[in-house]
Design a protein around this ligand. Sequence first.
Ligand code: HEC
Ligand code: HEC
Length: 293
Amino acid sequence: MAKWLGWSVIVLAAIVAGVFATAWALSERAFSRTWHVQDPPLADTVASASPERGRHLFATRGCADCHGADGAGKLLVDAPGVVRIVPSNLTRSVRDPAWTDDRLAAAIRHGVRPDGTPLMIMPTGDYTDLDDQDVAAIVAFMRTLPVVDTDPGRTQVHPFGRVLYMFGKLPLVPAERVDHTPRERTAPPATASVAYGKYVAQVCTGCHGSDFAGGFVLEPGTPPSANLTPHANGLATWNEADFLRLMRTGQRPDGRHLHRMMPWKSYSQMQDVELRAVWAYLDSLPPSPGRKQ
Ligand code: HEC
Ligand code: HEC
């Protein structure tokens, strides 16, 4: 009996070691992969872009939530054994000659560094279709950020984070999930239309899913992202006014306040036309019962 127990412990230990070793190898391979971005050059577009438009986008598209309103970066998540997420100090990066305008745009839309290796965690899927004018405006704005000479540290992935990545539970390498085909990108006109709403609502997909059915727990112990489709489990009974109030004040029609995981304070700075377009788009989606937890 004792002998069998001894053997099962050894076999189990070998399996666990095998899982960690495989996760390590797979994640290392992903971290050292390179992508060569060949979008049309943006330098001229950046030169004529409006930093004010860039400031608006930076504040309302999640950049400021992660990198800070001043762009100086900060420790965002520290999950021991899993991952330490540190959005970088952009005020220093924009002064580094390696970060040309096109490479900054590639970081945002493709999730890669100047050498083509992937940025970790940065949700490039939310930004990959940002139009050429808008990404240029963001780059122009980032270049106006006053330097903050602090070092927030680096993003680090620990063994359990690598295992979660292997099982598809942690999007460590968002560059793996976006379309890198070189292309020009043009946004639809800024009206309260379904098409423009789809364009703006791209920034919601990282948390609510590309089908907007929600159900993702983004940090252990926090509520899952909500189902935003017009289904009984989602927003079927909401109207535009309910939605606008939630996005401006964080309060639901039944009076309940949103959990801090939903960055409504940033979205509250969106223009009316942006929020109304997002509502038009959400309301046009096929109803989905949502994801099983
Ligand atoms: C969920 C958090 C998150 C959001 C939202 C986010 N970033 Fe990042 N970003 C990161 C992290 C983390 C890194 C560093 C990744 C690494 O070190 O591998 C990063 C890196 C970058 C880089 C590469 C340069 C550098 O200094 O590392 C740029 C440029 C950048 N982000 C710009 C933006 C812009 C612009 C937006 C909004 C359009 C944005 N980010 C939104 C988390 C985020
Ligand atoms: C960083 C992750 C994150 C992003 C990005 C995000 N959300 Fe959310 N959202 C959540 C979470 C988590 C909840 C659930 C909050 C709760 O239960 O209090 C939520 C809830 C909501 C709700 C409430 C629905 C209900 O039934 O109560 C709406 C509406 C909503 N989000 C809309 C949006 C829109 C529109 C965007 C993009 C402009 C967006 N969210 C982007 C995480 C996110």
